[in-house]
Design a protein around this ligand. Structure first.
Ligand code: BDP
Length: 333
């Protein structure tokens, strides 16, 4: 080996050493701001849980990773949020399972009316093996292009309208009720005797104001924080749906992350699931108070049996391919 070659090898080694010392950590240090969005405003439990998650992420990575939250439908309604996450225009979207049903069929089981016996049952399902399995089903789905990070509570959904109190199925007759964009919900409302109208959450206030719909259905915090009582003050505890929510992550962005960063986000997601739950209970209480302060009549449904009977055809139509999963959910005690 002549001297020139030795020098060349030496120089190459020096370059490699420099690359090892400076360039690789420089790449690792590159800051990444992960965009997140939610239909709800700052302070709402789902939003707050993700904001807190962002602070933890920032602390754990010395500021390398952070979350920037765009609340209050700043990036559009849920449909737009899902589409943006799918193409990687944003990283996190906190969405209801509602609009995911048509994409991942198994998830539609959570969208069946009166699926869960009560909150404890729903929580046990999402916290347990079925919950993990459903997140995996979403993450593995070839067309969803999303990673399921964690679940969040969203209480029960209840019908509200501007016309009159709903106490029985007969009271729903002729009422135009906005439902989330998924045929299972329109079919459910129609089975209950009302007229289900599918539209985005972002169009709801306008639709109530102009009388395109007489009302909608949602949980207490959504109704109160959106001040829906200004347009529909008859609120009935139909509790016909109990749909958990999911924090999803863009698969495109996920694939660009290191295994460590993925593991960190997964871990913080599990913590967010727990934290959001307490925030949720507090928000439900505050929402009921806000409703009472604003003169909302919260109507109790004395007999829910007829409501449960009425949606049987919806179960036959949407549940028939998932009998095994439905049975496993029902067997969770
Ligand atoms: C709220 C959910 C939100 C949905 C909204 C709706 O938190 O994700 O977009 O209902 O009715 O409860 O569309």
């Amino acid at each position: 080996m002549d001297r020139r070659n030795v020098m060349t090898i030496g120089a190459a080694a020096a370059v490699l050493a420099m690359a090892g010392t400076f360039s690789a950590p420089a790449i690792a240090q590159q800051k990444l701001v992960l965009k997140a969005t939610d239909v709800h405003p700052l302070g709402y439990p789902t939003v707050e849980a993700v904001v807190r998650m962002g602070k933890k992420l920032e602390a754990a990575t010395n500021g390398r990773l952070s979350i920037q939250m765009y609340p209050s439908m700043q990036l559009g309604g849920e449909k737009e949020m899902i589409e943006q996450a799918q193409i990687g225009a944003l990283a996190f979207a906190r969405i209801s399972v509602g609009p995911m049903g048509p994409i991942v069929p198994e998830l539609n089981v959570f969208n069946l009316p009166f699926m869960f016996r009560d909150t404890a049952h729903m929580e046990k399902v999402i916290d347990g093996p079925i919950g993990d399995e459903m997140l995996k089903k979403l993450s593995d789905h070839p067309k969803a292009n999303l990673i399921g990070i964690c679940w969040m509570n969203a209480g029960t959904r209840n019908v509200y309208n501007s016309k009159h109190p709903v106490r029985t199925l007969a009271d729903l007759k002729g009422l135009k009720i906005r439902m989330m964009g998924n045929p299972v919900f329109v079919d459910s409302m129609n089975a209950l005797g009302g007229n289900g109208v599918a539209m985005g959450f972002d169009q709801l206030i306008n639709a109530m104001q102009t009388g395109v719909v007489d009302g909608a259905e949602n949980n207490y915090p959504s109704y109160a924080s959106g001040q829906h009582y200004r347009y529909a003050k008859h609120f009935s505890q139909t509790e016909h749906l109990m749909i958990p929510e999911i924090l999803v992550f863009s698969k495109k962005t996920w694939e660009s992350l290191s295994a460590e960063d993925r593991a960190l986000i997964t871990k913080l997601g599990k913590e967010a699931q727990k934290e959001q739950r307490q925030l949720w209970y507090d928000a439900e209480k505050a929402a009921i108070k806000q409703m009472q302060d604003n003169g909302v009549q919260i109507v109790k449904i004395a007999d829910k049996k007829p409501f449960q009977e009425a949606v049987k055809p919806v179960w036959d139509k949407y549940g028939k391919d998932h009998a095994g999963l439905i049975k496993r959910i029902q067997d969770v005690k």
